[in-house]
Design a protein around this ligand. Structure first.
Ligand code: HEC
Length: 287
């Protein structure tokens, strides 16, 4: 008769296998869900009940053994569980048998047919079992499927962006301000959205030169706010310069960055070598 594996090894092992299967099938979607938690609590209670039934049967069975045998089994039961586990994995009763020799006869070479070690065989079976679990979970569930994982991560990120944008209010003309830190990112945005008409250095093309002191549109006494306002509302007298902010094409925060870049190229002393001729009125006394 085999000795009994104690409950504090058996139950956690079975539980972890069930949890692993649960994770493979459902992923981490339902981990904190009350139903999941009660499911695992129920399973734990069931395992305890099963174990006590098993314990009862075990005690019943050893009652019919001789005193000596009973003591032997009970002693085995109380031993070092790691050693029992070690024996289960590595011990093979056949290992001590004599090594089989295969005699090829004709060349005088004798081949030794050694038994494979137990740990190797157990590992081999484990890989087969795992490959089945993995195979079915890969094809029947979303586990480890890169396309599904990508989709989930992508949706999650979109949601995070949405939440972020809702939480952080966009800058408006009322609270926009110039910041040196925005110049670099503003330059990139300017090249993407404005360079077709104004050139990437702001020297002008279809749209006017933005680096000189001449302005067609004067809607604010402050230079930075004037720039912000034109980008937000567009030009009243030429629809080619459209209302980027009002139409929602560019968000307030990005307009603040672009405006910082335009403000920077307009106020810095080094002007582009070639630029479009002045248009509008010369304004020097900005606030
Ligand atoms: C489709 C071409 C086009 C694009 C794209 C464009 N603009 Fe303009 N922009 C113009 C034109 C044309 C004017 C002149 C409007 C007028 O005559 O009132 C202008 C005027 C301006 C002015 C006012 C200049 C002045 O002297 O009054 C600013 C500032 C400006 N644009 C910035 C930008 C920025 C920043 C962007 C990118 C977000 C941009 N523009 C994109 C064509 C464009």
């Amino acid at each position: 008769m085999r000795s009994k594996i104690p409950y504090f090894i058996m139950i956690p092992s079975i539980l972890s296998v069930i949890m692993f299967m649960f994770y493979i099938i459902f992923g981490d979607h339902y981990i904190g869900h009350p139903i999941t938690i009660s499911f695992f609590i129920t399973i734990t209670i069931l395992l305890f009940i099963l174990d006590s039934i098993d314990d009862l049967i075990f005690r019943r069975k050893i009652k019919f053994l001789t005193e000596k045998k009973r003591r032997q089994i009970l002693e085995e039961n109380e031993g070092n569980y790691f050693f029992i586990f070690y024996k289960f994995i590595f011990h093979d009763p056949k290992i001590n048998q004599e090594v089989k020799r295969i005699d090829h006869g004709f060349d005088g070479i004798i081949e030794l047919d050694n038994k494979l070690p137990m740990w190797w065989i157990h590992l081999f079976y484990l890989t087969i079992v795992f490959s089945f679990i993995y195979f079915f979970s890969y094809f029947l569930t979303d586990f480890s499927n890169p396309y599904k994982e990508y989709e989930i991560a992508y949706k999650k990120q979109l949601k995070e962006i949405e939440i972020f944008e809702k939480k952080t209010p966009q800058v408006t003309i009322a609270n926009a301000f110039f910041n040196k830190k925005f110049i670099d990112s503003g330059k990139i945005l300017f090249e993407e959205n404005c360079a077709t008409c104004h050139q990437s250095d702001g020297s002008g093309n279809i749209g006017p030169n933005l680096t000189d002191d001449y302005w067609i549109n004067i809607v604010d006494k402050n230079l930075f706010k004037n720039i912000f306002s034109i980008i937000w509302n567009g030009s009243k007298n030429n629809p080619t310069m459209r209302a980027f902010g009002e139409s929602g094409e560019i968000k307030g925060n990005d307009i603040q960055k672009i405006s910082s870049y335009v403000y920077f190229i307009n106020t810095k002393s080094k002007k582009p070598i070639k630029s479009k001729t002045h248009q509008g009125k010369k304004i020097m006394d900005w606030n």
